[in-house]
Design a protein around this ligand. Sequence first.
Ligand SMILES: Cc1cc2nc3c(=O)[nH]c(=O)nc-3n(C[C@H](O)[C@H](O)[C@H](O)COP(=O)(O)OP(=O)(O)OC[C@H]3O[C@@H](n4cnc5c(N)ncnc54)[C@H](O)[C@@H]3O)c2cc1C
Length: 407
Amino acid sequence: MGDEIHVLGAGLSGLSAAIILARSGREVHVHEIREDSGARFDGDFQGIENWTSGIDFFDEMKNWGLDPNEFKSDSFGVIDLIHPDDVITNPRTDGVAFRVVERGTAVHTIDQGFKRMALESGVNIHYKSKKQPEECDIVAAGPKESSAVAFGEIFETEHPNIVAFKLNDKLAPGAYSYMIIIDGVGLICTCLWRKQRGSGRFLNETIAWYEQNYQLHRRPIKRVGGKGDFGLPKKYVHEGRIYVGEAGGLQDFMWGFGMRYAITSGVLAAKAILDECDYEREVRKRLVPLVEASAINRFLMNRVGNRGFKLVANYWMRDQDRSGDGLRFMNWLYKPGFFRRALWPFVRRGMLRKKKLKDGRDIRRMPFRSSLARDSWEPSDRALEIAEEWKSVQRTGGNLSFSESEA
Ligand SMILES: Cc1cc2nc3c(=O)[nH]c(=O)nc-3n(C[C@H](O)[C@H](O)[C@H](O)COP(=O)(O)OP(=O)(O)OC[C@H]3O[C@@H](n4cnc5c(N)ncnc54)[C@H](O)[C@@H]3O)c2cc1C
């Protein structure tokens, strides 16, 4: 390897590291198994959160020299929060709660923005290139196994821009569904935190719900999705290799907001190679407490159904009434007090399973939970129609970029 730096994976974490290293004069090679950055995704919208730190993430990116203007983003300070009993309330903040970006290979996606920054900085990206982790200094290869999956449909609509978030254990077992509409393109997605056969039925029912409650006049384009891998490794540097992003288990167990962790850990890895910090120490100081807090919250979420979700939604709104800021509740979730911290030994033992990975790393990972009896239900008539509608869209070229076998 010598003076060259080899990075496995041209996703957000790998490219962030590569950009910083190349700008410091290092020869950087990024090896990406797919044909392009962002090819893991296919035009879906994702949110970059602004609640795990007091610093606006775009300001943090600018401080690292990463330019948020390289890709399209839309800021939101308000959402429709849909309670399990279909009541809709509006958590809001004066600032930016999160920004929606598009993932994929189109020119305005965050993935292509990072790719452009990397190429301009002199990074050598080798697409369709297969390397072993042992041959690389930084492993940024994303999730390996599934702890949860998200499955969504992209459609055209005339509905104005909106982000709606529905806590509902039936439509999204153990989790939530969401609808994001940006400039005439919508995404309705359901997240499954319990493994299901036939995830399509959850998506069809979710779409039916949003359609009944918003004037969408959907014109389906394609279906997208992917998996999330949640785990806490014993070490983030193993046999001299630095593990970043989801390859290092740096994911948000509660909601699956991993982009901020991916970029931050990529930057920290580069700084460690440049002798500006100790990666293991910095990740444990900055990111692991957030991951652990999210795991504690996930442990609690796994124990409740819709009644518990309703309590969460009500608490969120009461907190907003008291403080005048809907984002404060989200900040609070990542700063566990005594009660939640005291649960940590139970979370480790009760929710995480010890595993030795192929590359020799010891990890405690969250397995994909089994389905429950309540996950079996008869689809509504409208959901069945939506399933048929999707089949006909597929016949005319509608693409499904995610299969259940990936889960
Ligand atoms: C459907 C869905 C919705 C999501 N929504 C959100 C959201 O709203 N907000 C949020 O913050 N996060 C969200 N996430 C999570 C977020 O996308 C990830 O946490 C983040 O992209 C992880 O970045 P990464 O660089 O670690 O991995 P990736 O983005 O997966 O990049 C890894 C790269 O490595 C490549 N690779 C894999 N194996 C190899 C190999 N052997 N050799 C070479 N290359 C390899 C892959 O092709 C990929 O390009 C979502 C995830 C999914 C699936």
